[in-house]
Design a protein around this ligand. Structure first.
Ligand code: URA
Length: 432
C-alpha cells in the first residue's frame, strides 16, 4: 500500500491489479484507514486517468451484490445526484415516477461533507427503516413500485467504506472519486436507465460548470461502458434548492411539492429529472411531453399517495407526513431579519449549508449523531424583493448557542442589492 500511495502521490497511473489489491485490502481490513486516507488525498491532488476511473468503478460495483432487476420489468429508471444543499429531489422523483407506473429501485446515501443525504432525511420520519435486505427491497418494488434504501452491508461495500472515510478526511471533491462512487452504485443497483443530476456552484462539489461537465462526461462514459443508458443533467447549486435545509424540514417541503404546492424551483427540477428518465426510457418523446404527463400525478394526489405508501411500507410514522410541521419541531426558533430594503442578489449555498450544519444537521465524524428536527427555512431567495424588517430566514434549533451561531453565519449568505436580479437558470447543460 505504501508503494501505491507513493505512486499516486507522484501522479502515476495504477494498474487493474493494483486497484483490485486496494479494494480487496480495504474490504478485508488489511489496509488501515490511515493508508487509505493518504491514498484518497493523493487522488484528490493527482486525479486518475479515465481508464483508472473505469477500473475503480467496476471493482467497487463488484465488491458486493449486483442486483438483478429483470423480475421488475424491462426498463427500470434510477436517478442520482452528486449532492447539493437542500437537494431533496429523490424524495419527490421516486414517488412521482412510481405513481406514473415506472418502477424505481433507489439506493441512497447519507450526508457527505456539507451536503445532505436522502437516508438521513428519511430517518427523520420516526420508524422509517432505510436498511432493507435485498429480498425486502425487491419485494417492496414488486408490490408498490418503489423503495428507497441505504446500501446494505453487501451492496457496494467498497463505496460505503470509502464514502465514510472521504466524508471525514476532506477528500470528497475529486472527479474520479465522485464518478466511481456514484456510477459503481448505479451499476450494482441494476437499473438500465440512469439519470444523473450533476450539481455545480458554491453548494456543490463541482464549483464551475466546466468541472461539472467533466464529471458528467466521466460518469456518462463509465456507465455506457457498463451497458447502461446514461444521461447527466447539470444543474445550478449557487443557491440552495427549494426553501429548506436540514432533514425533517426537507421532508416536510417534499410533502408540499408532492401535494402540488411548495417552491417552484424544486418542483420544476423534479419534473425535469423525472421527465428525462421517461425520455431515456422511451416513454416520452421529449422533456415537455414527459413533464406534462408527470405533472398530472402531482395534481391528482397520486404522487403524494405513493410517498405515503412508501413511508408506511418502510415502517415510518405516517402521522408525521400528515402533519409535516412536526418534522421541524425544535425548542428554539431564530430569525434573520433584513436590515435594509432591496433585492436578494445572491444567497450563497455553501454558507447556508454551514449555517444548517452548525445546528447539528450533518456530521463531522462518521458516527456523530445528527439533529433530525433542526434546520433552516429560507423565506427569500435570489431575485425576491425585500423590505427593511422582512424575515429573510428562520432557524429551528435545539440549542440557543447553536441557533445564535447559525444565525451569524446565515446572515453572511444573503447579499442584497438595490437593483433587481434574476436567478440563473436551474438546468445549465445536458450531457448524453
Ligand atoms: N454522491 C455519491 O454517491 N458519491 C459521491 O462521492 C458524491 C456524491
Amino acid at each position: 500500500m505504501v508503494d501505491l500511495i507513493n505512486k499516486k502521490k507522484c501522479g502515476e497511473a495504477h494498474t487493474q491489479e493494483e486497484i483490485s489489491f486496494l479494494i480487496n485490502g480495504m474490504l478485508d481490513g488489511t489496509i488501515p484507514d490511515y493508508q487509505l486516507s493518504a491514498w484518497l488525498m493523493s487522488v484528490c491532488f493527482q486525479g486518475m486517468t479515465f481508464d483508472e476511473s473505469a477500473i475503480l468503478t467496476m471493482e467497487m460495483a463488484k465488491s458486493g451484490d449486483m442486483l438483478d432487476l429483470s423480475c421488475l420489468g424491462d426498463c427500470i429508471i434510477d436517478k442520482h445526484s452528486t449532492g447539493g444543499v437542500g437537494d431533496k429531489t429523490t424524495l419527490i422523483v421516486v414517488p412521482l415516477l412510481a405513481a406514473a407506473g415506472c418502477p424505481v429501485a433507489k439506493f441512497s446515501g447519507r450526508g457527505l461533507g456539507f451536503t445532505g443525504g436522502t437516508i438521513d432525511k428519511l430517518e427523520a420520519i420516526p420508524g422509517f427503516r432505510t436498511a432493507l435486505s435485498t429480498e425486502e427491497f425487491l419485494s417492496q418494488i414488486k408490490n408498490i413500485g418503489a423503495a428507497i434504501a441505504s446500501q446494505t452491508a453487501n451492496f457496494t461495500p467498497a463505496d460505503k467504506k470509502m464514502y465514510e472515510l472521504r466524508d471525514v478526511t476532506a477528500t470528497v471533491n475529486s472527479i474520479p472519486l465522485i464518478a466511481s462512487s456514484v456510477v459503481s452504485k448505479k451499476i450494482a443497483a441494476g437499473a438500465n436507465v440512469i439519470v444523473l443530476d450533476v450539481k455545480c456552484g458554491s453548494g456543490a462539489f463541482m464549483k464551475t460548470a466546466d468541472e461539472a461537465r467533466e464529471l458528467a462526461k466521466t460518469m456518462v462514459e463509465i456507465g455506457k461502458r457498463a451497458g447502461k443508458t446514461m444521461c447527466a443533467v447539470i444543474t445550478s447549486m449557487d443557491q440552495p434548492l427549494g426553501n429548506t435545509i436540514g432533514n425533517g424540514i426537507e421532508v416536510a417541503e417534499c410533502v408540499q411539492v408532492l401535494k402540488n404546492e411548495g417552491p417552484q424551483d424544486l418542483k420544476e427540477l423534479c419534473l425535469y429529472l423525472s421527465a428525462m428518465g421517461l425520455v431515456k426510457a422511451k416513454k416520452a418523446r421529449n422533456i415537455n411531453e414527459g413533464k406534462n404527463y408527470l405533472e398530472k400525478f402531482l395534481q391528482n394526489g397520486k404522487a403524494y399517495e405513493k410517498f405515503v405508501e412508501i413511508v408506511k411500507y418502510q415502517g415510518g410514522d405516517v402521522e408525521y407526513i400528515e402533519n409535516p410541521q412536526r418534522l421541524s419541531e425544535t425548542q428554539f426558533a431564530f430569525e434573520v431579519v433584513a436590515e435594509e430594503a432591496g433585492y436578494v442578489q445572491s444567497l450563497d449555498a455553501l454558507t447556508a449549508a454551514k449555517a444548517a450544519k452548525m445546528l447539528g444537521t450533518g456530521r463531522d465524524k462518521k458516527d456523530d449523531p445528527i439533529d433530525y428536527r433542526a434546520g433552516v427555512l429560507l423565506n427569500k431567495k435570489i431575485g425576491d424583493k425585500v423590505y427593511k424588517g422582512d424575515i429573510l430566514a428562520k432557524i429551528f434549533a435545539n440549542s440557543i448557542e447553536q441557533g445564535n451561531k447559525s444565525r451569524e453565519i446565515l446572515v453572511q449568505a444573503f447579499k442584497l442589492s438595490k437593483n433587481p436580479t434574476e436567478p440563473t437558470p436551474l438546468v445549465v447543460d445536458v450531457i448524453e
